[in-house]
Design a binder for this molecule. Structure first.
Ligand code: M6R
Length: 607
């Protein structure tokens, strides 16, 4: 069972460099173990090992293999330890079939028992290993490689993206069902990968494979067929991501680079979508009136995207549109009956998060409309939801989500304004003021990233036993997001709370060793200030994130991370960037692997 990155390369005399590079580019999807398999004209060569792709790279280069066709895998294990044996590619008994897999094969126990009874010997604990043995079984029965691949896939239940090679055949065979797989079409051959950044530096022409597609890819041709073998024509698309956006460009970490590029990402998010003077929003595929029938909104998401959804819940509610935000893993248990007029919005950077996808799948039969808000064109959520709205943030590589949170919230604010204009009786008090503040947001974010004192404050705050983040209204999801980012990359204890909730329990934990980070937006500040005084009375040091114009806050705080004065609904976004920087600098002081925190992966494609 894995969440991971798959890659494959055809078309060059030697594909080793491109494969290893693809794995490095996909490492944000998993970094417990990695491997490649090569077709070298004299059998299949497999190199795989526990550890990061860098360890594999060093090993492979020492042994100097070459091959004209290859597949690769970087793994985030959810079941079965990250050992050499459990690393992909997996092979069959005879060693002439190699397979990489992303997803879960739910009926693997039953298949394994059947294959073991037929004298197949397994060398790993993974569910994935049944696939090469199933292919081997069909080859032995006389099927050709593609037919054997199809027959093996027909036996699988679960979610998967799979790429396989068979010795002696200059082709790779690929399919997907519920896990992402994209074909890259280059001038000199093909790539297959879980995600576009794997090969973006080589080509921007792609075909997003769909569930049930079977692709057969050689050095110079590709065919796509459906599960019955009928030919399918899928027109290649051009992705508009800049390859440089997926590179580190001199930064120590992708996370810092992605924090710094938020002003540019937001420019792209907002481009052509706002007319502040007229107070109107243009959301391309959603002309005025598109949401006139929406009576209530349910937002569903995970992690950082959930915090963006919770922020949007407030933005919609402020505009008179009933809205609730749900953690996707809990949605089935907590969602109300979906009455007519409910819009369910799935928010997901990657568009591949299994919990979020499952939440939307669960309501497809109900009388409700679904909308995906995502960063990735062609992602599963964008294809499965009724409609998709893109946040246009560009590729995000760091496991910690940063720029995509800002772009998600900005996009959801535009959506809230569009809905408020469409729905009778609902409306923002001052749409023009909010939209012109949105226009100033990229510049204000630039001010924050260029002038932050987060590094100095991190040095002074580092070493506390615990870190509490508090805020109310839109500052509450920002506090939750601040705490998530802090624990995710520093490994230090952090919790986010609604400011008013402190006195109902958590205050018992507050001591002089608890750093309290309080987020102020200019709305309800006096109440949050009262909560700050409660923790200061217990000797906890307080770092405030607020405008320097908030004199009472500035006076009360022990430390201040200032943000430019703006509309309260947008102040939360500026504050969030200070929180990202604070977490980043503390993690850096503690020498944490910031872009690849332990036990995590960027895209979690299992429930
Ligand atoms: O791709 P998604 O937005 O659906 O991902 C959801 C979460 O897994 C993700 O936001 C996660 O919480 C981040 N690593 C947090 O920084």
């Amino acid at each position: 069972m894995t969440v991971c990155g798959i890659t494959a390369r055809t078309g060059r005399a030697d594909v080793v460099d491109d494969l290893l590079n693809g794995l490095k580019n996909l490492e944000y999807r998993g970094y417990d173990s990695a491997g490649i398999a090569l077709q070298n004209g004299d059998g299949l060569d497999v190199y795989k090992r526990q550890g990061e792709t860098g360890d594999l790279d060093a090993d492979v280069r020492r042994r100097r293999p070459s091959g004209e066709i290859g597949i690769g895998h970087t793994r985030w294990s959810t079941h079965g330890a990250p050992t050499d044996a459990n690393a992909h590619p997996h092979t069959c008994c005879g060693g002439d079939v190699a397979v990489v897999h992303n997803g879960i094969i739910e009926n693997h126990d039953e298949l394994r028992t059947e294959l073991e009874a037929a004298a197949h010997e397994f060398t790993s604990e993974t569910d994935s290993e049944v696939v090469p043995h199933l292919i081997e079984e069909r080859l032995a029965a006389g099927d050709g490689p593609e037919a054997a691949f199809r027959a093996a896939i027909d036996r699988l239940e679960g979610s998967y993206a799979i790429v396989a090679m068979v010795d002696g055949r200059d082709a790779v065979y690929a399919t997907r069902s519920g896990s992402p797989l994209v074909l890259g079409i280059a001038d000199d051959g093909y790539f297959l990968a879980s995600d576009v950044p794997a090969f973006l530096e080589y080509t921007d022409r792609v075909v997003f494979l769909e569930d049930g597609d079977v692709a057969t890819v050689t050095a110079s041709t590709h065919t796509i067929t459906d599960s019955d073998g009928a030919m399918i024509v899928r027109t290649p698309e051009t992705v508009d991501w800049n390859p440089e956006d997926a590179e580190k460009r001199g930064y120590d970490h992708y996370m810092l680079k992605e924090i710094d590029e938020q002003p540019d990402a937001l420019e792209r998010t907002l481009e052509g979508r706002i007319d502040a003077e007229r107070g109107t929003v243009d959301l391309e595929a959603f002309p005025p009136g598109s949401f006139a029938d929406v009576e209530r909104v349910q937002l569903v998401a995970c992690g950082t995207s959930y915090h963006a959804a919770a922020y949007a819940q407030r933005l919609l509610t402020h505009r008179g549109i009933p809205a609730t935000a749900h953690r996707a893993g809990e949605y089935a248990e907590t969602a109300n009956t979906l009455e007519h007029g409910t819009l369910v919005v799935g928010v997901s950077q990657s568009g591949e998060t299994a919990d979020t996808l499952q939440s939307l799948r669960r309501i497809t039969d109900a009388d409700a409309r679904t909308l995906a808000v995502t960063n990735v064109v062609g992602s599963t959520i964008s294809r499965e939801a009724d409609d998709a709205l893109y946040i246009r943030a560009g590729p995000e590589i760091g496991v910690a989500a940063t720029k995509t949170f800002s772009s998600q919230v900005a996009t959801l604010l535009l959506l809230a304004e569009r809905m408020a204009a469409d729905v009778d009786g609902a409306g923002s008090d001052d749409t023009s003021a909010v939209l012109s503040a949105l226009e100033s947001l990229p510049g204000n974010l630039r001010t924050v990233v260029d002038n932050t004192d987060a590094g100095a404050i991190a040095r002074r705050a580092n070493g506390r036993e615990s870190h509490f983040f508090i805020g109310r209204d839109v500052a509450h999801p920002v506090a939750l997001e601040g705490a998530l980012k802090f624990k995710e990359i520093t490994y230090e204890h952090a919790e986010g709370f609604a400011a008013a909730q402190l006195k109902h329990g958590p205050l018992a934990l507050v001591t002089d060793d608890t750093a309290v980070v309080a987020v102020f937006t200019g709305r309800h500040d006096e109440k949050t200030l009262a909560n700050v005084r409660e923790v200061q009375a217990r000797d906890a040091p307080v770092i405030a994130i607020a405008s320097e114009d908030s004199h009472s806050v500035v006076e009360a705080a022990d430390e201040l991370l200032p943000i430019p004065d703006t509309e309260p609904e947008l102040a939360g976004l500026l504050a969030n960037v200070q929180l990202q920087l604070l977490s980043y600098h503390v993690a850096d002081l503690l020498d944490r692997p910031i872009d690849k925190p332990r036990n995590l992966a960027k895209s979690v494609t299992v429930e």
